[in-house]
Design a protein around this ligand. Sequence first.
Ligand code: GLC
Ligand code: CA
Length: 516
Amino acid sequence: MPKWLKDAVFYEIYPQSFYDSNGDGIGDLNGIIEKLDYVKGLGCNALWLNPFYDSPFRDAGYDVRDYKKVAPRYGTKEDAERLFKEAHKRGIHVLIDLVPGHTSDEHEWFQESKKAEKNPYSDRYVWTNGAFSGIEGHPYIAGASERDGCYMLNFFAFQPALNYGFGKVTKDWQKSWDDPACQKTREAMKDVMRFWLDLGCDGFRCDMADSLVKDDDDFDKEHVAMIWRDVRAMLDQDYPEAALVSEWSNPRQAIVKGGFHMDFYLDHWNNGYNSLVRDYEPHPKEDRSYFKKGAGGDINRFLDDYINKYNSSRDKGYISFLTSNHDTPRPKRTLTDEELKLFYAFVLTMPGVPFLYYGDEIGMRYLNLPSKEGGFQRTGSRTPMQWDDSRNKGFSTADPEKLYLPVDDAEGAPSVQAMEGKADSLLETTRSLIKLRHEEEDLQADAAFRPLYSRKGQPYIYQRGDLILAINPDGEKKEVIIPEVEGRKIRFSIHEVGLKGPCLTMGSQSFAVLKE
Ligand code: GLC
Ligand code: CA
């Protein structure tokens, strides 16, 4: 286990929207380098960068055309190398996005694979053996190639599935997960990983990590997990400080079986995460989310989902909470800054390794925008970072019409500059929380977690190591008698908190960390 994960706080950067260093309207790698001091000042000591590879950008870069080339709009390979170096100088580790399940249909491998005559790439993707024999249970494209076959899709229509084989083989065109052709796909992906690790990155966020071997559910994803164990063995041997985080959201499979160091706790419908901040579908007016003031949410809905996940993976790796990401609505869509402070307090004090999505620290809003680069409703969470109150909110000097996406500069739009130095602002509260986490080992990834008090409508109280934490998302003051808090001091608080003997008073929308 890379030791640096224990105290890591990640910051996710969507490169096209972070900072435009050359005034062409789109963020770039040099722009990220220029803002590394900001990231460090926030207290984040690790980055996850969304894909910056050469791509036709029909899925914002998750449609890779060349895994070993930086997209010219972001810069060059040398810029990437410099970014890794400059980050390391500041004590920041960098994970980049690995998209192992599919490529763009413009990738050279696919161009070869779709040819009629057999060649070394014929089996690199999943193909049936006839243009009229489709694929049951999976999306596929028929009749689009000179090759007489249908190819499987992994996501959108232009993202053909790379061939890692099938868990259960029932058709003659399906290859088993251990077929030599599938092993070649796996080795090709490891070669890509080595390329970037050798250039200086510190590991990968692995896109759709659970999807590699098809029809593997009957085996509890055993064969998918085997592929990742093999990748992990390569890291353990040659890059022991490199880290992997999976887009899987099943820590028992991803961490325990697959060997991932971290697994995202994603916002899957009706799961624990959604009960915290996103329990408003289909009626935004009936928000039952735990962190929504006055919604009467119940923390047990989260705990019932989380505790098993935590217990099943706690000694093997980390569950990663996120404020949001490039695929989800921003939490500011429905929560006020006061509500967000408590949500971030929670994210930053739970076990595992937390991820903060760029702009969430200032409460950037979710905008209703037309789709850009396959974003669809995700587009509204991908707008340019709001640095200050100058033109384009300091993101770019380009003409506003030339920007990758419009900047939110409407009335009330927040910016870093406007919040900086204001103690009560969301930005400064987030910064204080991150600082607190770095100072208190018991708030970091490893210290044990135990809920102490979780009654609906009452403050939620939990223990991390020797610390006791309490959250009251309600608008009313609450009092709880709880013997464990007796003799403690308030180490950190948001809003009014009182402690007298075993009686803990939590003011409206408050948070407290209590220390012996
Ligand atoms: C993941 C990415 C998402 C992308 C998809 C296909 O879910 O986070 O942005 O569109 O995979 O690669
Ligand atoms: Ca640029």
